[in-house]
Design a protein around this ligand. Sequence first.
Ligand code: NAD
Ligand code: LMR
Length: 339
Amino acid sequence: SIVRRSSTTGASYVSRRGFASESAPERKVAVLGAAGGIGQPLSLLMKLNPLVSRLSLYDIAGTPGVAADVSHINTRSEVAGFAGEEQLGQALEGADVVIIPAGVPRKPGMTRDDLFNINAGIVKSLCTAIAKYCPNALVNMISNPVNSTVPIAAEVFKKAGTYDEKRLFGVTTLDVVRAKTFYAGKAKVNVAEVNVPVVGGHAGITILPLFSQATPKANLSDEEIEALTKRTQDGGTEVVEAKAGKGSATLSMAYAGAIFADACLKGLNGVPDVVECSFVQSNVTELPFFASKVRLGKNGVEEVLGLGALTDYEKKGLEALKPELLSSIEKGIKFAREN
Ligand code: NAD
Ligand code: LMR
């Protein structure tokens, strides 16, 4: 079929034909935790993405309903639901991108690290299955604490002999989404044109937005930059408190997760200059994992981009975040090695 041919002839065929759904290569995307607060709207958004040809929805329960519902939408992908561990292999087989929003969310008063005890085990078992059934997939880790779950995934893949640092991503896109929204509001610029890199990790002060590099440029005072930085760092907590015990960000996270998965798919398909911030294995600082701008390509990470020029305020923020980020990374590595 035309679809089949496009996947073997690669980028030139794709660019010649544009990205009409019929000519984009076949791509299978699996969502693990698809019946959850993030999983459901994320599954909807992935169903709307014309780059997806097969959408695989997995959870411990509830996915037959979500899959039946989403499958009636008249877009390209074929949808299948899988429930329970015995169907996990089938859900993963042949996946190009695996998105993981499985695990418990925060309640008011909790830190993301308070989720470690439950989510570390969930992530470990899901990554063990990924290593077995789709070792070449790009993994988009959403489950918290991301600063630890990404190192856990890396260790599980290393143990299985499948680790490729180019294919493992902590999803920090929601920090970028928030930084863009808050900056546009304060700077009174068109939010659709705003770009702000966010580096470091994904928890509290480890989230470091670089507003000095934000575009379009605006003349914000030091106090305004500080307030924007704090609001971005506390964005998750703002939602947790507003939801008052009913969980954390789900809708904005689904949007952010869909943006990041789309970038991964575009990279795989050979679209040039796809750049997103992500928490990846990194040499940008002395920390083994770090979020920064990443160029995506046919193998996943094409290039981890540097930090650029930082203001004194940002340099201070960078030094301040390192101890916490390193200890979260080490906690994840230790867990994976000992369990
Ligand atoms: P939720 O409780 O609504 O949904 C989680 C889903 O995971 C549930 O459907 C549950 O059945 C499923 N699940 C649990 N164990 C599983 C397993 N072993 N295999 C497959 N599925 C499993 O929670 P949510 O609001 O969707 O949040 C999910 C996770 O995402 C949380 O850890 C949360 O902290 C995190 N999160 C991350 C970001 C980010 O920016 N990276 C943003 C928001 C939330
Ligand atoms: C977020 O940033 O919204 C997520 O990490 C969820 C949380 O616990 O804050």
